[in-house]
Design a protein around this ligand. Sequence first.
Ligand code: HEC
Length: 234
Amino acid sequence: MSGLHRAPVGRRSLRCCQRPMLAVLLAIGAGLGGCERVARDMYSQPRYDPGEASPLFADGKASRAPPAGSVPRAMGDLAATSSGRVGAEAVTARVAAEQAASAPVPTLALLQRGRSRYEIDCLPCHSPLGDGDGPVVRRGFPRPPSYHQARLRDATDRHLFDVISHGYGVMPSYGDRLAPADRWAVVAYVRALQLSQHAPVEALPPALQATLRAQATPAPSAAAGPAPAASKGR
Ligand code: HEC
């Protein structure tokens, strides 16, 4: 108060003008406070949140399990927002991936994803190379067939996807650990492994073709005879 009396005239008149404004601000504040109370009422409704405890049901949970055979309408991180409208896209993408006949067009990102999943879920049995000599097999698990045999090179992408989804013989299913998009990424990586062991020479970059041809030539010349060529070849 004493501060107000000592204030210069200019500032005092400013404060006079501020008074009605203060009243208006207070009125607005009070009004907004009312809104806040209404908003809080909406948040604090007498209802259960998902996963909350409840004495109403025998299992003590408010949430009920969906009936058997329910099809999700929305899923993923965004399912809880926008009334599930955004999550619905994740369901569509999942269904499309599950129904696809072949892996998506390979990109470096897809192969890298496939490799990381392969190394976690498949390598223990199928080995880094895919020849079926993984660490688990060395400790006694039945040996899977090599990916590099003609039958599996000729197998469709869909067959590989289905083997991952449902298992095959003694191989367990990975459908619960790999989402459909990741299964396709693994299929693309298995294809890359197969190519790594069975690529036609003509499909290689020219420089690599030249190196391979140079390595391949010593054999006939060694057979043809002169001693220097033979020692060079060995
Ligand atoms: C626990 C060991 C194990 C793991 C892990 C494993 N597999 Fe297998 N897999 C096998 C065995 C064993 C077989 C042979 C099953 C049979 O013929 O009874 C097999 C067979 C296969 C086949 C050949 C199916 C055919 O037509 O003959 C493919 C393809 C395959 N696995 C892919 C995968 C992929 C991809 C993964 C990773 C997602 C994986 N496997 C993980 C053990 C495993």
